[in-house]
Design a protein around this ligand. Structure first.
Ligand SMILES: NC(=O)c1ccc[n+]([C@@H]2O[C@H](COP(=O)([O-])OP(=O)(O)OC[C@H]3O[C@@H](n4cnc5c(N)ncnc54)[C@H](O)[C@@H]3O)[C@@H](O)[C@H]2O)c1
Length: 444
């Protein structure tokens, strides 16, 4: 057993409220999934918090508990759900429209539960999501007033549901691209801009502001700026709140952040990487708008640059051509097909190709991430870890970091970081994989 001291973690007692911004494909698949698991009708495949183990100590010790038995996480039975959405459909109706889950297998048997979850009116403005019309929308004279209305929703949800704690998860549409500007640099500037209805303040920023002001952790599953700005980061530190994002790492980028480290590890060059997708759900339709796609494109393009480090390895990666496309193609619904063509080169420059055709299900990959993030953000909050949660980079395409740090994109570095953080929280030794102690030369 380690001699390190464990961090104080407040117990996960009582109910954990999970408030989803957006009650579309990802959110309904997450909520319905948790309920099916709770009723013993399905298993939480894809969820590290529910199915993963963590090795402790030396390889000879044979200690590998389940993560959920090792750290204090909220129990699935203690989770209650709420949401905001400009579309008034309840979770049952929305899940049917999104068409991710089988109606008879996973929706009808929990129909009453799904019908009892109706979205609260959203803070929504079509200027930020061009391809979506909303009717279930809050009215307010200023953006500050709208943010205050969200704060009231959070407080009322907490009281009405008898929650001990709440987390807010952005599972809503990708907003148009916004470059960080003066209004995002400090709390004072942000609040002034909210009062003045400055167009650089998008709805997602108001949700982040409201959550943090209420002392509630906030995780951003889309590539919008939202909480990724000095004003909210500073506020989160001041209020002692865990925040993080951006953009759930699910299909193509998940694969990319596994393959690219392999090329770099073996010093194989990459001449080009062409990624394209066909996707027919509402997310695909929204991303068909060039302004929303630009936000997504930035998030998807960054990963190779950081993993392959062309400045350190110019001969291998400096000339790489990287292209990402998303094409809206309604017949496929949520079942995305992602193709990658990768032109690589090896010994003496001889070219080779790798083709990936990933027939995935977008929301099936995203739902367990929402669950893990809700549980781990709640853990971070109870452990007094405030501000940006870089240790949860594992879940994001475009991880938020402390200023001046470049993000880690390699999935297995991210996994090590996550598991070592859990070990650190509980007072176990981090695992370095050094392993000299198993060999004679280890005693040195
Ligand atoms: N599924 C994945 O694999 C994946 C991966 C990474 C990121 N994402 C992101 O997650 C988000 C959700 O994806 P989805 O497939 O569920 O999309 P979706 O279109 O099915 O659902 C999004 C919901 O958000 C609502 N919404 C839009 N603006 C809102 C606002 N201001 N307030 C409250 N609700 C709002 C929409 O009405 C819609 O119901 C998207 O931004 C998507 O890009 C998804």
């Amino acid at each position: 057993m380690s001699e390190r001291t464990a961090r104080h973690i407040a117990p996960a007692k009582g109910k954990l409220g999970v408030l989803c911004v957006g009650l579309g494909a990802v959110a309904t698949t997450f909520i319905a999934g948790v309920e099916n698991v709770r009723r013993g009708r399905a298993q939480a495949f894809g969820s590290l918090s529910q199915m993963g183990t963590i090795r402790l100590g030396k390889r000879t010790e044979g200690r590998s508990p389940l993560i959920k038995d090792f750290v204090s996480l909220a129990n699935l039975d203690d989770m209650v759900f709420g949401a905001w959405d400009p579309v008034p459909d309840d979770a049952y109706q929305s899940a049917l429209v999104c068409g991710v889950l089988d109606k008879h297998e996973h929706i009808e048997p929990i129909g009453d539960f799904m019908k009892s979850n109706s979205p609260m009116p959203a803070v929504y403005d079509q200027a930020y999501v061009k391809r979506l019309k909303g009717t279930n929308v809050k009215q307010g004279k200023t953006k500050r007033e709208l943010a205050e209305a969200l704060r009231k929703d959070i407080r009322e949800f907490k009281t009405n549901n008898g929650c001990d704690r709440v987390v807010v998860m952005w599972c809503a549409s990708t907003e148009v691209f916004i470059t960080p500007g003066p209004a995002h640099q400090s709390l004072e500037a942000l609040e002034k801009a909210m009062d003045e209805n400055d167009p650089s303040i998008a709805p997602s920023m108001l949700y982040a502001y409201a959550a943090v002001m209420e002392g509630v952790p906030y995780a951003n599953g889309a590539p919008n700026l939202s909480c990724d700005m000095p004003a909210i980061v500073g506020l989160a530190k001041e209020k002692g709140v865990a925040i993080g994002g951006k953009d759930f790492k699910t299909g193509q980028t998940l694969v990319k952040t596994v393959l690219a480290p392999m090329f770099k590890a073996r010093m194989l060059g990459v001449a080009g990487w062409y990624s394209t997708n066909i996707l027919g759900n509402r997310d695909g339709e929204i991303l068909d708008d060039p302004e929303s796609f630009k936000t997504k494109e930035e998030s998807k393009l960054g990963v190779l640059e950081y993993i392959l480090q062309p400045k350190l390895y110019p001969a291998l990666y400096e000339k790489m051509y990287h292209k990402v496309r998303i094409n809206y193609y309604p017949p496929r619904g949520d079942n995305k097909e992602g193709w990658d063509n990768i032109d690589i080169f090896g010994w003496l420059g001889y070219p080779m190709q790798i083709k990936v055709d990933f027939l995935c299900r977008d929301s099936i990959l995203a739902a367990p991430l929402v669950l893990d993030l809700a549980l781990f953000f709640d853990l971070a909050q109870r452990a007094g870890m405030h501000g940006v949660q870089e240790w949860l980079s594992f879940y994001f395409k475009s991880p938020q970091t402390a200023p001046g740090l470049y993000p880690e994109h390699d999935l297995f570095i991210q996994q090590t970081k996550l598991k070592n953080t859990l070990r650190y929280l509980v007072g176990e030794e981090p695992i370095t994989h050094l392993g000299v102690e198993y060999y004679e030369y280890g005693e040195g």
